[in-house]
Write a protein that binds this ligand. Sequence first.
Ligand SMILES: [Zn+2]
Length: 408
Amino acid sequence: MSPATGASGLIRVEGSDEDAKTVFYTSLYRICERMVCLTEGDRYFSAYDGKVHTDTIPFYTDDWVWDTYHAAHPLRVLVESEKETDMLRSYIRMAEQLDPQWMPTFPEVTGDSRRMNCNHSGAAGTAYATGHKTHNGAIGVDINDKPLKNIPEIIDGLGYVSGVITTDGIDGCTPSVFFAHQPELHMSEEIWGDLADARLSFIAGGSHNAFENQEYETRDAIEKRYKVVSSLDEIPDKAKRVAYLPEKEEVCSIADGRGDFLPATTEYAIEFLDSHPENEKGFFLMVEGARIDKSCHNNDFGTAVLEVLDFDKAVEAAVRFAEKDGNTLVIITADHETGALSLRGKDNKSGKIKGLFASRGHTPIMVPLFAYGPMSLEFAGVQENTDVNHKIVNLLSSAAKDKRKKRD
Ligand SMILES: [Zn+2]
């Protein structure tokens, strides 16, 4: 190996245990994403005001902040401090050029995209639920905040019934993209308000306490459309629309004693939707193991494992039904990865493996997608999250048409 030159020649690496190596090489990978200099001959074009500027200080942009703040910027302070200063000056110039003035949160060549490196669950969930990419933070709306139809709304009236189950609050991103239309994921009151118009026959998630904290009008509107219960036993035999909102202690983390809420409710919902009087062609059910993400944000490997195992039981309930039914497709995937989790140090004797996190946020790592049942091959290979929606909608729409034809 030839000796390192330039800035990398200034780096001496110490420590050789496996953890240190993992962290070092992960960081090295992360510094591949770095700001680029747009200046040529003391001139540069800025997308922040759409103008060409004359400036002797180089102008840098396109900073993949979520990665670079961990490793590239701190490293450059040490080995290329002048360049780092120019980059920070570029941030100030971008802020000055923006109208209104705003420090870019995620500067790209094309301007500030104001997002995390990876989207919140709102945008990722909206892509799955509606088939449209949107701005970060959106709940079921497009980039101009116009409502987009979600799967339950699209298939409503085609002979299907729908349901949503989550271990998160009902106003959490993933459940809410299947019924709400709001420009901002933190608009909890408005999202609860949208529940009254949901095209869902079965809703379960946190919590009854949160429901009771809503305005009277919101609670009244929800109760006009749904039978609101806080346990499965309270659901009347002939109920058509149920909102099962357990006490908040029952939808806490599995480590804090959530018990079998997720698998038991999944099993119940499948039965409920399968035998629903308005179900002529089938049903759509979204089940979220929301606390896998939350435990990975906390870099809590033990809880993440417990949450995945619990989610696996809900998957089992779905697959068992699909096996028996023979005409049900089960899709298992995620809206994003959290924590850049990697596994290392497998020990066959003890059966142990170590989990290492390199981030506390959502990452752009590709997520797996598993599909079981008829047409599952449609979901093979690499695909856009929006494609998953298009495929589900196409399958359900054409199945609805086919059966209609047969009936005619
Ligand atoms: Zn998250």
